[in-house]
Design a binder for this molecule. Structure first.
Ligand code: C2E
Ligand code: MG
Ligand code: MG
Ligand code: MG
Length: 293
């Protein structure tokens, strides 16, 4: 019993529990306000082709700035939104806002890049998820082909048969699916094959390992890339931070690269400027081919 450990220890424990609970409640409240008061924003982290460094698109990353609590990190507020269920509404907001941005780019004559949106477990539990996403994307007049959804490996494997069906439903409607943060969970290779996801994103822990763990680190990444290619998936390396990682990944025929070395998550205006730079260029997003084939 906690009390036996001494009155003061117990008090301290109680106080920090209260603090954590208070913070959680504050954030839940901030999340509730955020949708109405416009405290959310999106940033876009660019992704590039491995073979010719062309811009292929972006991953959408949610940002929250609250007048009193200041800027909050997804690492803190996404799990809270997930537990309270608020992530479902927030998730629809992210998709709508992304579509509106895609339309603005199109209206400005900018290239139609592919945009990847993260999904969390609570969202995947919604049986009408795909239908709702379709409604939003269609009402904003964006082609589904421009939207990709990311599902983390751990979440995908939790109920693999259900994930298989969900992925099929998404892909039948021309949304693409990426398996995110791959390598840190426990994958059933049989299911990885059955998912038939378009992309596999190697967790940044492994990208980091290319420098950190030498030959063994490279062997693992190379094996993951070969596995993905043999299952007809494209591979994206996350968290590319050094030139040596980039070179090694290129040598391993990694299809796409994402990371601070190539581009941080950018505010809308910054990403728009990047798109401007690619305006006249050949942006072959719908014709991406694999150099290793
Ligand atoms: P994620 O989907 O794996 O996103 C990649 C995270 O890695 C982002 O963190 C990004 O800023 C960070 N990152 C990118 N390149 C590098 C690099 O070179 N080095 C390092 N150290 N980090 C890098 P962020 O934006 O803080 O997001 C964290 C997580 O929050 C995301 O992980 C995703 O799971 C979740 N998240 C973000 N936005 C959304 C959203 O709109 N909906 C949902 N459901 N989850 C989201
Ligand atoms: Mg992601
Ligand atoms: Mg990731
Ligand atoms: Mg992650």
């Amino acid at each position: 019993e906690a009390k036996r450990g001494g009155r003061s220890t117990y008090r301290f424990f109680e106080a920090s529990m209260n603090e954590a609970a208070t913070r959680t409640l504050q954030i839940q409240h901030a999340l509730h306000e955020a949708l109405k008061a416009d405290y959310f924003s999106l940033c876009f982290q660019p992704k590039f082709r491995g073979d010719n460094s062309e811009l292929t698109g972006a991953e959408v990353l949610l940002r929250l700035r609250h007048p009193e609590l200041g800027p909050l990190l997804p690492m803190e507020f996404i799990p809270i939104a997930e537990r309270s269920g608020q992530i479902v509404q927030i998730g629809y907001w992210v998709v709508r806002e992304t579509c509106r941005q895609i339309r603005r780019w199109r209206e400005n004559g900018l290239p139609a890049v592919k945009v990847a949106i993260n999904l969390s477990p609570r969202q995947l539990e919604q049986s009408d998820l795909v239908a709702r996403m379709l409604d939003i994307v269609r009402s904003e007049q964006v082609p589904c082909e421009q939207i990709m959804f990311e599902i983390t490996e751990t979440v995908a494997m939790q109920d693999a048969p259900k994930t298989t069906n969900m992925i099929r439903e998404f892909q039948e409607n021309n949304f693409e699916i990426a398996i995110d943060d791959f390598g840190t969970g426990y994958s059933s290779l049989a299911y990885l094959q059955r998912f038939r996801a378009k992309q596999l994103k190697i967790d940044r822990f492994f990208t980091n390992g290319l420098d950190e763990y030498g030959r063994e680190g490279s062997a693992i990444v190379s094996a993951i890339i070969k596995l993905a290619h043999s299952l007809e998936m494209d591979v994206v390396a996350e968290g590319v931070e050094t030139a040596s990682q980039l070179e090694k990944l290129k040598g391993m025929m990694c299809d796409e690269m994402q990371g601070f070395l190539l581009g941080k998550p950018l505010a809308v205006e910054e990403f728009s400027a990047l798109l401007h730079g690619h305006k006249g260029g050949s942006l072959l997003m719908f014709k991406k081919h694999r150099a290793s084939a």
